[in-house]
Design a protein around this ligand. Structure first.
Ligand code: AMP
Ligand code: GLY
Length: 428
């Protein structure tokens, strides 16, 4: 089979690496790809948002299966466009992708179907939002842009003054330029965050292994939100008991709700969860594999990845089981200093004697004059597997030191929270 993967990040590099192991796949393409994906697949220089050109390419190359992972092409209806022409895709339709592309859609869905989430109100007019905030006495409070915002559309305000500034930037200056002034204002939830990626065919839902992202740019979860600076998998706070509650109260009700709304969800449905003292609650849905969660999860997967993606598309997920190694994986993101705001690119990347088992995924990389160079905010993901958190974290940070480029920046505390639990001997 000929398979095309859409995207250009480390997540797509990881997906390609594990698809390549499938005996069914004869040729892989990545559109547009990066310097790392070039090793696994043929890179195709077409924009991820040009549905017409992608369709033409898929027809010309007789592509048998397309994996659509990034949020923008999904919200842009790429799956609808290809499947209309009988090209099978892994990923949700445009209508189902609203679960991520519109926070108002997601929050209304959860309210209607009683899925636990933070209390909220939605607003389209800044004056009304400000009136609501003036009456609010509980801070911090969370303000979210309705549309896709590259993971930057969430603002946590500690006072009315900060909230007023957030309203100004989200609604008046329309900071994320997504054509909508809509925002959600919601209750601040306290607890441990868990990323749960699940695979669904619209009827059956199967969770992958749990993980913990580190979204803030700086150590101790400080600084601006990023796409994610590192991951530990599994997430030791996500116990069997919590998993059962999530399945019954969150995962299955969400799949049923999407069916009832006339937009069954097929693909990877990502649940961003907060484990609060009142039980697990949904912070956000993503309509796709998480990045960098995928980079820590796929190295632990025992089952053939392609068979999972195909079972979702063919609506046969019930027939397969998804298995994982009984190990831990730590993934540290090497970024360009200044990310997620201003940063420079174009610096040469050097690798010095990495261990054979170290797993490297490229994000913002490209070849310039035959040299591997930095080409984005998040540059390289470094992952190591081990029997426990301590070894996987130690090994990963040893390898991080062997990769160098100007302005290299990374968080030094990835996995620290998992380690606290491991060291305290709490049985998880
Ligand atoms: P989102 O893009 O919705 O995942 O939000 C980005 C990050 O903001 C989350 O990973 C949380 O750390 C934080 N966040 C979002 N919503 C809330 C909330 N209601 N309470 C506390 N933190 C939140
Ligand atoms: N790592 C969070 C996300 O993929 O949105």
């Amino acid at each position: 089979m000929k398979v095309l993967v859409i995207g250009k990040g480390a997540r797509e590099h990881a997906i390609l690496k594990y698809l390549k192991k499938s005996p069914e796949i004869e040729k892989l393409f990545c559109l547009p790809g990066n310097a790392g994906t070039e090793k696994e697949a043929v890179n195709v220089a077409i924009s991820e948002l040009d549905n017409k050109k992608i369709l033409e390419f898929a027809k010309k190359e007789k592509i048998n299966f397309v994996v659509v992972t990034p949020d923008n092409p999904l919200a842009n209806g790429l799956v609808d466009c290809l499947e209309k022409e009988n090209i099978p895709c892994f990923g949700p339709t445009k209508k189902a992708a609203q679960i991520e592309a519109s926070k108002v859609f997601a929050k209304n869905l959860m309210k209607k179907y009683n899925i636990p989430t933070a209390k909220y109100e939605s607003f389209e007019e800044p004056e009304k939002a400000l009136t609501f905030l003036k009456e609010n006495e509980k801070y911090p409070i969370v303000l979210k842009a309705d549309g896709l915002a590259f993971g930057k559309g969430v603002m946590i305000a500690n006072s009315f003054k900060e909230a007023e500034k957030a309203v100004q930037s989200l609604m008046v200056n329309n900071k994320f330029n997504n054509g909508s002034n809509k925002i959600v204002i919601e209750e601040f939830l306290e607890g441990v965050e868990v990323s749960m990626l699940t695979i669904t065919d619209g009827k059956t839902i199967k969770p992958l292994i749990s993980s913990q992202d580190h979204k803030r740019a700086y150590e101790n979860d400080e600084g601006p939100n990023t796409g994610g600076m590192g991951v530990i998998a599994p997430n030791p706070y996500y116990t069997k008991e919590i998993a059962k509650i999530c399945e019954e109260k969150i995962f299955i009700p969400t799949i049923k709700a999407m069916q009832k709304e006339g937009c069954p969800f097929k693909g990877c449905l990502y649940f961003g969860l907060m484990l609060t003292k009142d039980g697990p609650k949904v912070i956000e849905y993503n309509c796709r594999f998480g990045d960098p969660e995928t980079q820590a999860i796929l190295p632990l997967l025992k089952t053939d990845l392609f068979s999972i993606l195909k079972a979702s598309q063919e609506e046969k997920l019930e027939e397969i089981s998804i298995e994982f190694l009984n190990k831990c994986c730590c993934c540290v993101v090497l970024a360009s200093k200044g990310y997620p705001e201003q940063f420079e690119t174009g610096f040469e990347i050097n690798f010095n004697n990495l261990e054979e088992n170290t797993i490297i995924f490229h994000a913002g990389t490209s070849f310039k004059n035959n040299k591997l160079t930095t080409n984005g905010g998040r540059v390289i993901c470094v992952c190591c597997l081990a029997e426990n958190f301590k070894s996987s974290i130690t090994k990963t940070y040893e390898e991080v030191e062997k990769i160098n480029f100007n302005n290299k920046y990374y968080r030094k505390d990835i996995g620290k929270k998992a380690l606290i639990l491991e060291n305290s001997n709490v049985k998880v």
